[in-house]
Each structure stands twice: as structure tokens, then as C-alpha cells.
Write a protein that binds this ligand. Structure first.
Ligand SMILES: CC(C)(COP(=O)(O)OP(=O)(O)OC[C@H]1O[C@@H](n2cnc3c(N)ncnc32)[C@H](O)[C@@H]1OP(=O)(O)O)[C@@H](O)C(=O)NCCC(=O)NCCS
Length: 163
């Protein structure tokens, strides 16, 4: 097992890891729970596109955990150099490789990458129900600074009440 820089050919594998991993801990899935599929797209379709965004934004900030030639996990990052803050938008490990410290190693790798770039702080988000994220990030020195509520509204006209 080793951590290496991202290659564009990793993208399909990273998307597959993502849609499997985020079941139960995804804002996109919360939208589906309330509204059903949106415009013919399920939450996995929307979540996988986050990887497209991350790869378009800062491909050199993505790191991949590889085992026997296969990507088994990844972390995506981008840097706000003016603010001195590094961001970690996505992190996932294939289910069968979890619980062996790989998530921690990937975060430490990202933090090293930020430090090497001269950044002073790192930011990561997790949902309240993500027990592993809540434990892991705090144990790596992240402190809770705010909680946010995500709201979504349908733009369909209100149903005619018949009056
Ligand atoms: C979050 C994730 C990347 C962690 O990867 P991992 O390789 O399993 O992480 P590690 O093995 O390095 O560490 C897991 C830690 O969580 C702890 N943990 C495991 N299950 C837990 C639970 N139910 N509640 C609290 N802590 C838990 C482990 O004990 C370990 O902590 P320790 O090192 O102090 O013992 C992985 O679980 C994952 O892909 N989850 C789904 C996607 C996701 O949630 N991504 C992050 C979104 S913010």
C-alpha cells in the first residue's frame, strides 16, 4: 500500500469508490430522501461529479492510496493561498480497506502537502451523523468551528389548492 499523486486515468475508479463510500453520509443523498431523483439523476450521479470538480480545480492536490495496482482510496485538496488555508473537500476509502489507518495517512499526507506549500491551516467538513469523520478529524487536531444546515427547495409552482 502506498500513497501517490493522482493521474487522470484514476478518475473512474475514484468515482466508484466515492459512490459506494458516501452511502449514508452524503448531502446529495439527503436531497434524494426529501425529493426523490432530481431531473432523472440519483444522488450517486451528483456525488460522483464532485470528483470532476476536484480534478478540474486542483488535480495536483489529489492523492491516491494504491494497493496491488488498484486505487483503494483517495483524498482531494485545494489551496486558498491568499488565506493560507488548505481545503479537503473529499476523502474516501473502499470499504474493505477501512479501519487500518489509511484515512488517517491520507489526511496526514494532505496536511504535509499544505505545510510544504506554506499554508497555516486546514479545513475539512463532515456531517453530524458521520461518526468516523467526527472521531478521525478531531483526533488529528481539527477543532469544530461551526455547524451548518443545508436547505433545498423545489422550484415547482405550488400545487393549486382548488380555490
Ligand atoms: C472516513 C474514512 C475515509 C476513514 O477511513 P479509514 O481508513 O477507515 O480511517 P482510519 O482507519 O484511518 O481511522 C478510522 C478511525 O475512526 C474510528 N472509528 C471507526 N468506526 C467508528 C465509529 N463508528 N465511531 C467513531 N469512530 C470510529 C477508528 O477507530 C479510527 O480511529 P483511531 O485511529 O483513533 O482508532 C472512511 O471511513 C470512508 O471512506 N468513509 C465513507 C466516506 C466518508 O465518510 N468520507 C469522509 C466524508 S467527510
Amino acid at each position: 500500500m502506498f500513497i501517490r499523486p493522482y493521474r487522470s486515468t484514476d478518475l473512474p475508479a475514484l468515482k466508484a469508490i466515492t459512490v459506494a463510500a458516501f452511502d449514508g453520509v452524503s448531502i446529495d443523498q439527503g436531497i434524494e430522501r426529501e425529493f426523490g431523483e432530481v431531473n432523472g439523476h440519483d444522488w450517486r450521479w451528483r456525488k460522483a461529479r464532485h470528483l470532476d470538480d476536484d480534478a478540474a480545480r486542483e488535480p495536483e492536490g489529489i492523492f491516491v492510496a494504491e494497493h496491488e495496482g488498484q486505487a483503494v482510496g483517495y483524498i482531494t485538496t485545494w489551496q486558498d493561498r491568499a488565506a493560507g488555508i488548505g481545503h479537503i473537500p473529499n476523502l474516501a476509502i473502499a470499504a474493505e480497506f477501512r479501519g487500518h489507518g489509511l484515512g488517517r495517512q491520507l489526511i496526514e499526507h494532505a496536511l504535509g502537502h499544505f505545510r510544504a506549500s506554506g499554508l497555516t491551516h486546514a479545513k475539512i467538513e463532515t456531517l453530524v451523523q458521520n461518526e468516523i469523520g467526527n472521531h478521525l478529524y478531531r483526533s488529528l487536531g481539527f477543532r469544530e468551528v461551526a455547524r451548518q444546515i443545508h436547505f433545498v427547495a423545489s422550484l415547482a409552482p405550488p400545487k393549486d389548492s382548488g380555490g
